[in-house]
Design a protein around this ligand. Structure first.
Ligand code: F3S
Length: 288
């Protein structure tokens, strides 16, 4: 039995950076909290709590209430309103917003200065998208979140009435969905100003896992079940390799399903630290 890890797998630059920033903060401050779970990975969140005493809070005021002297903003970023609330707290704020997300915020802000509406191709309820929308509003424009053709159809008449429309994307959006939405807008006679702000980390992991999935008998995706990019990775792989499992830890592996597999592919979402991938590889190598 051979375990083959996809060429690009696991924690991206932004996630690694946020983990570094939070652990560095624990060496300087007595009580460090994160605004929301730092990443969508329950094992890592538990490790931060147990090893470093880092807990997550739901609001800036909760950080003060629990006696924190440092609050960390996670890689998704926050809204301008929350940034202002954090500044007013009088405690240290460590901004772990991924530089790629900062780039989307800036691109949306610039478009919003001249466009009636800025479309954000992404999920309206995603924290990154909420933050980006706040930058659009602050520049005097109106954000419209669209994540599918259906949602585009629902907003099409209103968009066609606008003089100028800008488009940006949530960093983790699929290129195909983004391009299809932009193409549909153009086919309907619109001439949007488009800034493709998709981060390559997600598509690189998807392409590498997809490629590997053609050549293995079984596939294991490692990462939080609450991580949408990890779940999406499992869905992509499962199309080519029906014997696919999505696990958070070695004890979740279904060994019965692997008994006839000669080669097992392995990949992990952008929120899965390298150590968790290595733990699964070691476990497979010593138990199969
Ligand atoms: Fe940043 Fe891209 Fe990761 S936006 S958090 S490097 S998926």
């Amino acid at each position: 039995m051979k375990v083959l890890v996809a060429k690009k797998a696991g924690a991206c630059f932004g996630v690694n950076r946020s983990l570094d920033l939070v652990t560095q903060a624990t060496t300087k401050f007595k009580k460090v909290v994160t605004l929301g779970d730092l990443i969508h990975n329950p094992a890592t969140v538990a490790q931060l709590r147990e090893e470093y005493g880092v807990v997550s809070v739901n609001s800036p005021s909760e950080a003060v209430e629990c006696g924190a002297d440092c609050v960390v903003v996670r890689s998704h970023g926050v809204t301008i309103h929350v940034e202002e609330e954090l500044c007013a707290l009088g405690i240290e704020v460590v901004d772990a917003t991924c530089p790629h997300v900062k780039f989307v915020q800036k691109a949306a802000f610039e478009l919003a200065k001249t466009c009636d509406v800025v479309v954000v191709v992404g999920r309206a309820d995603h924290p990154e998208v909420r933050g980006v929308c706040s930058y659009i509003v602050s520049a005097g424009s109106t954000p419209v979140c669209i994540s599918s053709q259906d949602e585009l159809q629902q907003n099409l008449v209103a968009l066609q009435k606008c003089n100028s429309v800008g488009v940006v994307s949530q960093t983790t959006q699929s290129s195909k969905t983004f391009q299809n939405i932009v193409n549909s807008m153009k086919e309907c006679g619109m001439n949007p100003q488009v800034k493709n702000t998709i981060c390559a980390a997600t598509s690189q992991r998807q392409a590498a896992a997809e490629e590997l999935s053609h050549n293995v008998d079984a596939f294991i995706i490692v990462g939080g079940k609450n991580s949408s990019n990890t779940t999406h990775l499992a869905d992509i792989v499962a199309k080519n390799c029906r014997n696919t499992q999505h696990v958070e830890s070695p004890d979740e592996i279904d060994f019965l399903a692997l008994r006839n597999a000669n080669t097992i592919g392995l990949s992990a979402g952008a929120s899965t630290p390298r150590g968790q991938i290595e733990a699964i590889v070691d476990f497979l190598n010593s138990n199969l």
